[in-house]
Design a protein around this ligand. Structure first.
Ligand code: ATR
Length: 295
């Protein structure tokens, strides 16, 4: 459910899983005007729906419409997943989990690749050493942006154990509000003009702004001060390889694209509606990459 909603890739993702698991169900698009969103969500049980996803601008309406809002959705201040159970409307938010799963699985796959490349021919006893894993407590994170997406990312990072977050947003007051609401003293606001200096010593850099997205302004960010050991993640997935990710890779940083967040945020919803926990497979990813225009 969204407004507009035609661009959504979710029917392809859920359609793939429905087919894969032989489930007699369907996932379609509901184009609903903002002023009708609460009523449309309230009407889901009577219409026989197991639930829905809510995308922009309905993520707040989802909170208002639900009978039961879970703690995560309340903290993030938005719900993207509605589950109807016994006629009761439950709201949750799976964006934080999608973000974390993408980051952890993406980073660990890259760390494994790097580890294997480094051990080849080096005479390592492969059975005695294993690839390092990404650690959220490795050091401070720099987060760019304080919009809707940043809320889920901040909650996710704090829950995952990131010790300190430097938050930079063009509109400083938005960042202040976010830090006051979610920060627990762990979020430091840095000026938008200080975003490059804030990269010094960081273990993780996440872009949650819309900059760098197709049709949007480019993200201007020199990475000179970012340690080479830092992981870089862009939640923008169109294009898949943003300028930020390309620049990070070119200087030796590990970089994870944003498509996996879209795929992983869909998993808990599908499981709740259809009773099977689906897998994010390379095949599914390739289908969505092709759907996005082969980039
Ligand atoms: P979303 O829900 O996708 O996060 P949003 O709430 O509109 O969308 O937030 C967009 C984010 O990108 C914001 O952090 C926004 O900064 P402001 O809070 O200052 O608006 C940021 N953003 C978008 N365009 C930008 C630009 N040209 N320069 C700097 N930041 C920009």
């Amino acid at each position: 459910m969204g407004w507009p909603v035609a661009h959504s890739r979710s029917p392809v993702i859920h359609g793939y899983w429905l087919k894969k698991h032989g489930i007699d169900g369907s996932y379609g698009l509901l184009q609903v005007r903002p002023e009708n969103a609460v009523a449309a969500i309230r009407a889901l049980p009577d219409q026989g729906y197991a639930g829905c996803n809510c995308t922009v601008p309905h993520k707040h309406a989802a909170l208002l419409a639900a009978d039961v809002v879970d703690d995560l959705a309340r903290r993030i201040g938005a719900a993207n997943t509605i589950v109807v159970r016994g006629g009761v409307i439950h709201a949750t938010n799976t964006d934080a989990e999608g973000f974390l799963q993408n980051l952890v699985q993406g980073a660990n796959a890259l760390l494994r690749e790097k580890f294997i490349a480094s051990t080849q021919g080096a005479g390592h006893a492969g059975f005695l050493v294993s690839a390092p894993e990404f650690r959220f407590d490795a050091g401070p994170a720099v987060v760019l942006g304080a919009g809707g997406a940043a809320r889920a990312v901040l909650v996710a990072l704090l829950d995952a154990g990131v010790p300190h977050i430097r938050l930079a947003n063009r509109t400083r007051t938005r960042a202040n509000e976010l830090a006051a609401e979610l920060g627990h003293g762990k979020v430091e606001i840095v000026g938008w003009d200080e975003r490059e200096a804030a990269l010094a010593g960081a273990a993780l850099l996440v872009n949650t702004t819309s900059m760098g997205m197709q049709g949007q302004e480019p993200l201007v960010l020199r990475l000179d001060d970012l340690p080479e050991t830092a992981l870089v993640n862009d939640i923008v997935y169109a294009p898949l390889e943003t300028d930020l990710l390309a620049a990070a890779r070119a200087r030796g940083n590990l970089a994870v694209d944003g498509l996996g967040m879209l795929l992983h945020q869909a998993v808990p919803g599908f499981e709740a509606w259809f009773g099977v926990r689906p897998a994010v497979t390379p095949e599914l990813r390739n289908i969505i990459v092709r759907d996005l225009g082969g980039k």
